[in-house]
Design a protein around this ligand. Structure first.
Ligand code: HMG
Ligand code: MG
Length: 300
């Protein structure tokens, strides 16, 4: 198909975004086994956990232990979510190639999620970004609620631009634009990207879709046509943010892979191994994962 990239970089955020909202405790040992399976799938990057306050995200309170125990596969980037200097210290101790800082384009979501107003967040993240870069790490800046906010509704492109601008100024290598509540449609994606393209190179932008309304694949298709080559996804469509009520899981890696393989776009990922890792975590969680591809495999 003309106008599409030949390669796409997929970041598997299942062990972080995928598990952070799960009520069922997945043991450290099972997390490590699962991440080791993911490491063998050929995925470019794995966000393996989150170094946030353990009371905010109890499901990932063993981040340090997980980071110390996983096998590191050559060629795979291992990253983790980091909210502040304390989180960065723990992450560096556990071992990371990449630090993902995060904030929101919406004031209310920022406050609920990280207990800070947007202007108060910048100095905290600027220090984290500087120290992570000094330690030789790749830094990604997540911007949440770039389309819609569960508290404030539609977010203006100018508000997203302003947060992206500040994060780039602070030194992030990539910006990951989050459809936190999974409500965007392709025209919103087109509008936002057109607003950002004059200021930020396309290859610095990552898109992070939740799939609440089933629009994520259509949105990814739009972004691909506009030259975006980096996406976040989770095995089986796990995920959600506890501070974004109503949000469903991320777009499923399995479904993105089905699309990209069908389009002839290279990812380096082995689909069978992705399915095996999906079945593994599905059994551990004891529930059917939302991805259509997992259901297909089960019934095949
Ligand atoms: P706070 O309470 O404002 O923190 O929380 P504080 O700096 O005032 O410190 C209070 C206490 O917490 C202190 O302990 C600190 O040491 C401790 P005390 O002295 O009282 O004993 N503390 C920590 N402990 C462990 N690890 C840390 C840490 N930081 C402080 N890192 C904070 C601020 C940001 C820490 C908190 O609000 C938090 O952890 N929030 C995280 C919420 C979260 O994880 N949300 C989900 C991830 S974001 C997401 O899913 C969206 C995304 O996927 C993109 C998208 O979909 O849009 C990325
Ligand atoms: Mg997310």
């Amino acid at each position: 198909m003309c106008g599409l990239p030949s390669n796409v970089y997929l970041k598997e955020v299942g062990p972080r975004d995928g598990l952070q909202n799960e009520q069922k405790w997945i043991s450290t040992e099972d997390k490590v086994t699962w991440i080791n399976m993911l490491s063998k799938t050929g995925v470019s990057e794995i966000e393996y956990s989150s170094f946030v306050h353990p009371k905010m995200i109890p499901a990932l309170k063993d981040a340090r232990e997980v980071g110390k125990r996983i096998n590191r596969e050559k060629g795979v980037v291992y990253s983790a979510l980091v909210p502040n200097m304390k989180g960065l210290e723990h992450a560096l101790e556990a071992g990371i190639d990449g630090a993902s800082v995060f904030m929101s384009a919406s004031e209310t979501h920022n406050l609920k999620n990280i207990n800070k107003r947007i202007p108060e967040t910048y100095p905290i993240l600027t220090e984290v970004i500087k120290e992570a870069k000094n330690a030789g790490k790749i830094v990604t800046g997540y911007v949440s609620t770039v389309f819609d906010c569960p508290y404030e509704g539609r977010i203006a492109v100018e508000d997203v631009l302003s947060v992206c601008d500040q994060l780039i100024e602070s030194g992030v290598d990539y910006l990951s634009l989050g459809d936190t509540i999974g409500t965007a449609v392709p025209t919103q994606v087109e509008k936002l990207l057109k607003g950002l393209f004059p200021y930020f190179p396309k290859d610095k932008l990552i898109l992070h879709f939740h799939d609440t309304r089933g629009m994520a694949i259509a949105n990814i298709m739009t972004a691909l046509h506009m030259g975006i080559t980096r996406f976040d996804s989770t095995i089986g469509g796990l995920g959600g943010c506890p501070y974004a009520p109503g949000a469903a899981g991320n777009v499923a890696t399995n479904d993105v892979l089905y699309l990209l393989n069908g389009l002839g776009i290279e990812t380096g990922i082995n689909e069978k191994r992705i399915q095996e890792a999906s079945i593994y975590i599905q059994n551990k969680l004891g529930k059917t994962l939302p991805s259509r591809s997992v259901a297909y495999l089960k019934n095949a």
